[in-house]
Design a protein around this ligand. Structure first.
Ligand SMILES: Cc1cc2nc3c(=O)[nH]c(=O)nc-3n(C[C@H](O)[C@H](O)[C@H](O)COP(=O)(O)OP(=O)(O)OC[C@H]3O[C@@H](n4cnc5c(N)ncnc54)[C@H](O)[C@@H]3O)c2cc1C
Length: 412
């Protein structure tokens, strides 16, 4: 079976590795950028994502470059602890949780793809414009950007993993899928700085008016992000663009009161080497992911607000389930149907939960904390976290005991 994958992001690359591990050899990745650069800032991989990458043989490589998160803690705006819980191995999972630079993760996956599938498995500068199905084949229309000419590809199956603004999705639906926003902005950056708290802590500080998240992503490198309503004076910003630079001083002003004896957030943000703004964007859950021989995967299928460490994780799980189905179902059509059945409802639930988490949850918890009821706020957060883990696939017992999506262990 031949498979074309559109997009060499976290989802597309993991799909290539998963298909290869499941015994497929005719795999081609088409990537629009002319060069794969280490773009982005921090990203989190909870144990459900790490399990999949570990089962793909990447556990040691991840451990060399990622920071194994020890705990997650919520603080009110005055720096008072509301709630903390262990994470990763410390929480009883069989797999760690890692914080890592997105570029480092993408590089690790690119290297593994080139190593296992061959140096020409990823074809860069191929901008896909249109996908469809003719005579049981996926047909892909692209532009070869190096030669500025139209080029087409055919494959038994096309996996459309071209991100939040997915042109493949738009061509399959015959219309541009609108991006939705709650009017908030996420400012993101990294700063060279020494460790804080345990050295492997992830902290969330704030209330319903703004929230700061801080965690280390490498030795001496701290990732931070600030989420707050968009400053209307700054005019319109492009939805779905992860690479909009912004002046760090604008952001530092928002956190001028966040200076605690355990972490100087203002100092950290002020000393940032790079900062970006990302207007919160997602899409409504889609009614359909599979069109003939073309299947949506990752952000193309279920772009979500970047809360709960699940953007990359859900893409990784899509990739594993799709590869499993393609290797074990009677034919590609059954496989694609099986993939959509297993994944669409769950991922849609996570999309909607991330919207709620952005709003209602913080309002309620913050109101409790402001009235001094830190214990009630803690119970509320604990309950929300528990339900979110069950939904997204990282309840500790369920994850530790569920069957693997590795195909080698299944008789075919
Ligand atoms: C540049 C960039 C920076 C990011 N930074 C962060 C970050 O700092 N923190 C965070 O949490 N998340 C970040 N994300 C998002 C995060 O990577 C995804 O939410 C998650 O990993 C799901 O991955 P994905 O593979 O579905 O999509 P993406 O990671 O978005 O990958 C999509 C890929 O498809 C390619 N592509 C797009 N259009 C076409 C086309 N027409 N033809 C061919 N290829 C195409 C893109 O170049 C990209 O390589 C970033 C994404 C991008 C693209």
């Amino acid at each position: 079976m031949s498979v074309a994958i559109i997009g060499a992001g976290v989802g597309g690359l993991t799909a290539a590795l998963s298909l290869h591990a499941a015994g497929q050899s005719d795999i081609l990745l088409l990537e629009a950028t002319r060069e794969i650069r280490d773009v982005g800032v921090g990203i989190n991989l909870p144990p459900h994502a790490v399990r999949e990458l570990t089962e793909l043989g990447l556990g040691d490589a991840l451990d060399k470059v990622g920071v194994p998160t020890k705990e997650l803690s919520y603080y009110d705006p005055k720096g008072q602890l509301i709630w903390a819980e262990p994470r990763g191995l410390d929480a009883g999972y069989k797999w760690p949780q890692y914080s890592i630079h997105r570029g480092t993760l993408q590089r690790l996956l690119v290297d593994a793809v080139r190593d296992r599938l061959g140096p020409s498995a990823i074809r860069i500068a191929q901008r896909v414009n249109n996908v469809g199905t003719t005579d049981n084949k996926a047909v892909i229309a692209a532009t070869d950007l190096t030669e500025d000419r139209a080029i087409s590809y055919t494959a038994d199956v096309a996996i459309c993993a071209d991100g939040i603004r997915s042109p493949s999705r738009d061509s399959l639906y015959g219309a541009v899928t609108p991006l939705a926003s709650n009017g908030w902005v996420m400012y993101r950056g990294v700063t060279k700085s020494g460790p804080f708290l345990s050295g492997r802590s992830m902290v969330i500080i704030g209330d319903e008016t703004q929230r700061v998240v801080v965690y280390p992503i490498a030795d001496g490198v701290i990732n931070w992000l600030l989420v707050r309503p968009k400053d209307t004076a700054r005019g319109e910003t492009e939805l779905g663009n992860w690479n909009l630079p912004v002046s760090t001083s604008v952001i530092a002003e928002f956190v001028k009161d966040y200076r605690f004896d355990w972490l100087d957030v203002h100092g950290l943000v002020s000393a940032s080497s790079e900062s970006y703004e990302y207007p919160m964007a997602d899409i409504d859950p889609l009614p359909r992911w599979v069109f003939g021989r073309c299947a949506l995967l990752g952000d193309a299928a279920h772009a979500m607000y970047p809360f709960g460490s699940n953007g990359a994780s859900q893409a990784i799980i899509d990739a594993r389930v799709l590869a499993y189905e393609l290797a074990t179902a009677a034919n590609p059509d059954d496989a694609l149907r099986g993939y959509e059945t297993q994944r669409r409802e769950t991922a849609s639930g996570v999309q909607l939960a991330n919207r709620r988490q952005a709003g209602d949850v913080m309002a309620r918890v913050s109101a409790l904390a402001r009235s001094g009821a830190h214990g009630d706020a803690k119970a509320e957060l604990q309950d929300v976290e528990r339900r979110y883990k069950q939904l997204a696939g990282f309840d500790v017992d369920a994850l530790n005991t569920r069957k693997s999506w590795s195909v080698s262990s299944v008789s075919r």
